[in-house]
Design a protein around this ligand. Structure first.
Ligand code: ZN
Length: 186
């Protein structure tokens, strides 16, 4: 099991479009396994290769959650081939810890992708799965959920996120401090 470090915003790798996979080989299958391990460990319902620093058109999704682990979708070179309707969903992103924002998406999508065996397949999805698919495919195009917000909303969200990052850093520092004092207390 290989849990990779998740790249946090801001980082150029998150806003760079990925390269399509030319051949589904062992290297790609290893990437898929790393993505799955990292997604379940996080835990999250989806993870795209750029989020572990790899600019390849590969993502994984499991909306059943890390406990259930019964609905894994491996998406290699995914394309949205149909979309309809509209839905607003409160989304999070592993590259934006603790930030949750409402985003407008298509209610239903049809996706065509390759699986880990290099076979073409399609997914017809609605609601949460459709939202997750659109979110992850956006990642592969270098598009983030903040890019789907109005300018005003995006500005507010980034302000909130800046505060979250500061809090996370402070949390880490206080954890380090208690670890150190624990040692010196012996
Ligand atoms: Zn994301």
């Amino acid at each position: 099991m290989t849990v990779r470090e998740i790249v946090l915003y801001p980082n150029d790798v998150l806003t760079t479009p990925t390269e399509p996979v030319a051949e589904v080989d062992d290297e790609i299958r290893q990437l898929v396994r790393d993505l799955v391990d990292t997604m379940y460990d996080a835990p999250g319902v989806g993870l795209a290769a750029p989020q572990i620093g790899v600019l390849k058109r590969v993502a994984v999704i499991d909306v059943s959650g890390p406990e259930e682990r019964s609905d894994l979708k491996v998406l290699i070179n995914p394309q949205i081939i149909d979309r309809k309707g509209a839905i607003t969903w409160e989304e999070g992103c592993l590259s934006f810890p603790r930030l949750y924002e409402k985003i407008d998406r298509a209610h239903d999508v049809v996706i065509r992708a390759l699986n880990e065996h290099g076979e073409t397949y399609e997914i017809e999805a609605s609601e949460l799965l459709a939202v997750a698919l659109q979110h992850e495919i956006d990642h592969l195009d270098g598009v983030l959920f903040i890019d789907r917000m109005s300018h005003l909303k995006r500005r507010r969200a980034l302000k909130k996120y800046k505060k979250i990052l500061e809090d996370l850093e402070n949390d880490e520092e206080s954890e380090d401090a208690s670890f150190t004092s624990g040692l010196t207390g012996e």
